[in-house]
Design a protein around this ligand. Structure first.
Ligand code: ADP
Length: 361
């Protein structure tokens, strides 16, 4: 049985509603707003029926107070011809209204059932909105904390690391002992790792905070030429084949160059010296696609997706990088509404694909 509080100064109406709800609701009558308040403070009700013309009270004010203080669904009970008032009450948050008459009271159970369902849905919506608001606040807080940590990392670690590197290089210039030079090389390599990690983390965090990029018409083949030029010293002894089936015209940002340099750097890192790397740019429908294929160790199926997450490496024993490069790649491609994925190469190695919308100038 549901608990119904009927605020009404007419005994006969209370009796009529009690009879109409027999077996479904336990109706308690309150003859005044003061009596109703006492009952609301001490007992639990599921719904309130409120006579709009309660003696000495403003029906809409009472409605307001019930809604804000007790958060219960309220059905207004109005006299004949009071539809305008009823509409105002609905705007203020009443769940429904019913006109005082024997024929309306016979349908009151259905009106109450609908009002309870509406109230349940509204409460659920309110609860979810509150949960989303709280989660957003927490996310905002942890995001601020992450930005602060990255700033500290960048400012307070980068400087000492750079300073240490300068001293190592200074010692190198005046050192002739082979063994010491070897050790200095190891120190330099490790300092470089720290510097690259800090730079990559900073870069990824910057990209994660960006929502859109400025875009203009760019040619992927031209970006590749710049990347190959920058990598020229690392490419000696490697055969790099560049197949241009199209110019790869897209509407994008020059930052796509970072996608290509990361993928080329990985292809070089994870495939043996002397093996070829094949780059191809072509168009397919509304997209320009680039593939970078190597004959390296390849990537097991179970890691083909997760390597695009931060700090995911499947071969932990031979860590060669920071584990952030592909996360940066994925974010830049996302900012272009594109896709990036990896497949097996034949007979071995991997092929990374970058699919970017051609767009219109
Ligand atoms: P890292 O700095 O470790 O290279 P990335 O995010 O660029 O970080 O790559 C994540 C991981 O994906 C690498 O550690 C490596 O295990 C794997 N990987 C990336 N590219 C290749 C490739 N061409 N061949 C084989 N494995 C690759």
């Amino acid at each position: 049985m549901i608990g119904v509080l009927y605020i009404e100064d007419n005994e006969d109406d209370i009796l009529l509603v009690k009879m109409s709800l027999k077996g479904y609701g336990e109706v308690t009558g309150a003859r005044s707003w003061n009596e109703a308040k006492e009952l609301l403070e001490t007992r639990k009700f599921d719904i309130v029926l409120l006579d709009y013309n309660l003696r000495g009270e403003d029906g809409l004010e009472v409605l307001n107070e019930i809604l804000s203080r007790y958060r219960l669904p309220v059905i207004m009970v109005t006299g004949q011809g009071d539809e305008e008032t009823a509409t105002r009450a609905m705007k203020l948050g009443a769940a429904d209204y019913i006109v005082k008459s024997v024929s309306s009271f016979s349908k009151i159970r259905k009106v109450i059932e609908d009002a309870l369902e509406k109230h349940r849905l509204e409460e659920e919506k309110r609860r979810l909105e509150e949960e989303i608001r709280r989660t957003n606040l927490e996310l905002e807080k942890s995001n601020k904390f992450k930005d602060l940590l990255i700033d500290i990392l960048h400012h307070d670690l980068m400087n000492p690391a750079g300073l240490a590197m300068s001293f190592v290089e200074l010692i190198e210039t005046s050192c002739e002992d082979e063994e010491t030079l070897e050790y200095l090389e190891i120190v330099k390599r490790n300092l470089n790792k720290i510097i690259c990690l800090i730079e990559d983390v900073k870069e990824l965090s910057k990209l994660e905070n960006i929502k859109t990029l400025e875009k203009c018409e760019i040619k992927l083949t031209e970006l590749w030429e710049k990347v190959l030029d920058e990598y020229s010293s690392l490419l000696t002894g490697r055969e790099v084949k560049f197949i241009r089936d199209s110019e790869g015209c897209i509407i994008g940002n020059e930052i796509v160059k970072e996608v290509f340099s990361n993928l080329l750097s990985n292809a070089l890192k994870y495939s043996p010296d002397g093996t070829p790397i094949i780059i191809r740019v072509w168009d397919e429908g509304d997209y320009s696609i680039t593939s970078i294929a190597d004959l390296g160790e390849g990537i097991p199926d179970e890691y083909k997706q997760s390597i695009f997450n931060r700090f995911t490496r499947f071969d932990k024993a031979g860590v060669k990088g920071t584990g952030i490069g592909l996360a940066i790649v994925k974010r830049i491609v996302e900012l272009h509404n594109g896709e990036v994925w990896v497949e097996d190469n034949s007979p071995r190695g991997s092929v990374f694909y970058v699919k970017l919308p051609k767009g219109h100038a």
